[in-house]
Design a binder for this molecule. Structure first.
Ligand SMILES: [Zn+2]
Length: 277
């Protein structure tokens, strides 16, 4: 292994560990945002006995394994989900930084990674509470605007595409939400697709919606079949659709255009127009 390979391997190891640490903060967001608690003040404590968690038990993933998933004071079970969220965020960071090449595209990779973290919060919070926190959505929208302003070279997007992206899915969802008195679709879903639309732009935000509908329909059927429950949050599926589109948007776009033949129609019309002049 030469020095350069070793250097890159160390960067990716650091990215993975950094992702796990951010994942630890995401757990704090997922549990405290719905309760309106501060994200920075007050230490974490055991959910059962209220004993503050010792400093040495705050190491992501490792502490949970060392404690064998139990509180050191009362022995109550600590949910494995904390560790799952930490590992999930670490793996997402690693895959995103590999995909966007951290060395040549550090800013774009960081923005996609941060949005994925916000989507992990949306996923678990909406799953638990059927609520999507507005500040998390605002955060996603701000990331989209930063990407538009600073990443034009690595990820070109026109102002029109960004603004159309913000309304293309959110406005139809808003109409569904108003007509159904928020029964079919909550306002949180509307805001989420507006914020994510700024990041993804048009037409990619449509692909995010399509993926959400397909995954949501399949999972909804499974949930209804296994638990008989037909009321479920749609936010988690939107979050999956948005994350997949943010990472594989170009591939999905090209695949869709080829599959539907839209590519050829566009090329033919472009050729026809240039032949006319
Ligand atoms: Zn305890």
């Amino acid at each position: 292994m030469n020095n350069e390979t070793l250097f890159i391997a160390i960067i990716y190891l650091f990215v993975f560990l950094f992702g796990i640490c951010i994942g630890s903060f995401l757990n704090v967001c997922i549990y405290r945002l719905p309760l309106g608690e501060s994200l920075i003040k007050s230490n974490s404590h055991c959910m059962t006995c209220g004993t503050p968690i010792r400093k040495r038990d705050l190491i992501p993933v490792i502490s949970w394994c060392m404690l064998k998933g139990k509180c050191h004071a009362c022995g109550a079970k600590i949910s494995a989900r904390y560790t799952v969220v930490e590992l999930l965020n670490g793996i997402c960071y690693l895959l995103i930084f590999l995909r966007f090449d951290v060395v040549s595209n550090p800013l774009l990779a960081s923005l996609v990674a941060l949005m994925t973290s916000a989507l992990i919060v949306v996923f678990f919070m909406d799953w638990d509470t059927q609520l999507i926190n507005t500040w998390v959505v605002v955060f996603i929208g701000v990331l989209g605007i930063i990407k538009f302003l600073l990443c034009q070279r690595s990820c070109p997007m026109t102002l029109g595409s960004m603004l159309l992206g913000a309304v293309l899915v959110s406005v139809p969802l808003l109409i569904i939400s108003l007509v159904s008195h928020e029964k079919a679709m909550g306002m949180g879903d509307v805001y989420l697709m507006a914020g994510a639309g700024l990041f993804l732009g048009a037409p990619n935000v449509l692909f995010a919606m399509l993926i959400a509908l397909v995954v949501g329909a399949v999972c909804g059927l499974i949930i209804k079949h296994s638990s008989g429950n037909s009321v479920f949050a749609f936010g988690p599926y939107l979050a999956i659709g948005i994350a997949v589109t943010a990472v594989f948007g170009n591939e999905i776009y090209n695949w869709y255009m080829n599959m539907t033949g839209l590519n050829e129609i566009l090329e033919d019309s472009a050729a026809m127009i240039s032949a006319m002049f």
